[in-house]
Design a protein around this ligand. Structure first.
Ligand code: NAD
Length: 377
């Protein structure tokens, strides 16, 4: 068992555990944190049977009072109606300030349940239990919570740091291959923005392992070596996020680097309709476009672009712009990005594998070139 990673911000300090089988240690860890009130387990419907029910039984056996609530799978659940259902359930069940919300699922449940915890009774504890690769390496760490508004994603929310993050990598065995692939995009992103060693490990893993249709079936029991290796890589990717949010909790500076690939990625997602591409798939396209811009600006060489493209391809991620997208619409949409300041897009651009810079002086023509050509041209 490894020591947990620790997030330390000006408002909070909490452990982040990344292990195959980590969920079994939850009762003891809650007790160690002094969380002895009732537990409000919010669970993605798709993982209720496999992980939610056994977890609730284990917690009850350890003496905890556990209430459970299922959330329908999918982005549509990050909405006011589902949020109000959580309030009705908790307030109707006499939730108290000393209680804690447990968010078991992907980023959807993490954001929704996290925001319910941030706001009910003006804030109670939340523990994030991510079950997708994306939520392990990104959404569960850093305290951003919220729901969507009809006019845009994540427009209503709050910073609410969890008391504990427990990423049980064994849960990835049941994740759909496409969801797993989308998660790899964020892992690659963390390598590019700040950890060249992680990037190199991903290259080695890709060379040694064939990512077929059901890459992790029977895992981790049937392939202990791969389980250890993958868990170590995921932990390293989580460590990047832990470091960034510890240094910049409120996105005053460095945290924007986590947005690498997201400027174009968000625009593509918004234009082709949320759901047509998974977030990670759009981010892969966005990272490729950003690297092309960086090459055109002389910030990095073609080698970086090619290494990144090859690695994304090895994890099943395409980098070509979807057919039929109007480049002018993409550019116009980037100007509506939340990271825009004084109508200047703040681009996160790679300078080397493991390092990025933020620029707000990218000529529009370079963006046009980066997205107009088919990316494999
Ligand atoms: N708070 C943040 O900092 C932050 C960062 C990045 C993304 N997000 C948010 O995260 C959300 C996306 O998260 P996501 O990609 O985890 O999506 P998700 O929560 O929708 O999960 C993806 C799918 O996987 C299923 N699933 C989850 N775990 C499973 C498992 N172990 N086995 C089988 N199926 C499983 C879910 O039912 C769902 O269908 C978006 O709403 C995004 O805005 C938040």
């Amino acid at each position: 068992m490894q020591d947990p990673l620790i997030v330390t911000t000006s408002t909070a300090s909490y452990p982040v555990v990344v292990e195959a089988g980590a969920l079994t240690s939850l009762p003891g860890r809650l007790a160690d944190l002094g969380l002895r009130g009732a537990l409000w387990l919010v669970c993605d419907a798709a993982v209720a049977q496999a992980y939610g029910e056994p977890l609730a039984a284990r917690l009850r056996a350890a003496g905890f009072t556990v209430h459970t609530h299922g959330v329908p799978s999918g982005e549509a659940s990050k909405c006011a109606d589902e949020l109000w259902r959580l309030y009705d359930w908790m307030i109707g069940g006499a939730v108290e300030r000393r209680d804690a919300v447990l968010a078991l699922g992907g980023g959807v449940v993490g954001d929704l349940a996290g925001f319910a915890a941030a706001s009910v009774l003006r804030g109670i504890a939340v523990v994030q239990l991510p079950t997708t690769l994306l939520s392990m390496v990104d959404a569960a760490v850093g305290g951003k919570t919220g729901v969507n508004h009809a006019l845009g994603k994540n427009l209503i929310g709050a910073f609410h740091q969890p008391r504990l993050v427990l990423a049980d990598t064994a849960a990835l065995a049941t994740l759909a291959p496409r969801e797993l692939r989308a998660g790899w995009a964020e892992v690659v992103k963390h390598g590019v923005i700040s950890d060249a060693g992680l990037f190199a490990e991903l290259e080695e893993l890709a060379a040694a392992h064939h990512w077929d249709e059901r890459p992790l079936a029977g895992w981790p029991d049937q392939d202990a070596e791969l389980a250890l290796r993958l868990t170590a890589i995921i932990r390293r990717a989580v460590a990047v996020k832990v470091g960034v949010v510890s240094r910049d909790e409120r996105e005053q500076g460095e945290r924007i680097t986590l947005n690498y690939g997201h400027t174009i990625g968000h625009a593509v997602e918004a234009l082709i309709g949320y759901g047509a591409l998974l977030h990670g798939e759009a981010v892969a396209i966005g990272m490729h476009a950003a690297a092309r811009i960086a090459v055109a600006m002389g910030l990095c060489d073609e080698g970086l672009l090619e290494r990144q493209r090859r690695l994304l391809a090895a994890y099943g991620l395409a980098v070509t712009m979807p057919h039929g997208l109007d480049p002018e619409a993409v550019i116009a949409t980037t100007l509506r990005d939340k990271k825009v300041q004084a109508r200047r897009v703040r681009w996160v651009l790679p300078t080397a594998i493991g390092s990025v810079t933020v620029r707000d002086d990218v000529p529009e023509d370079l963006v046009r070139e980066a997205i107009a050509l088919r990316a494999d041209a």
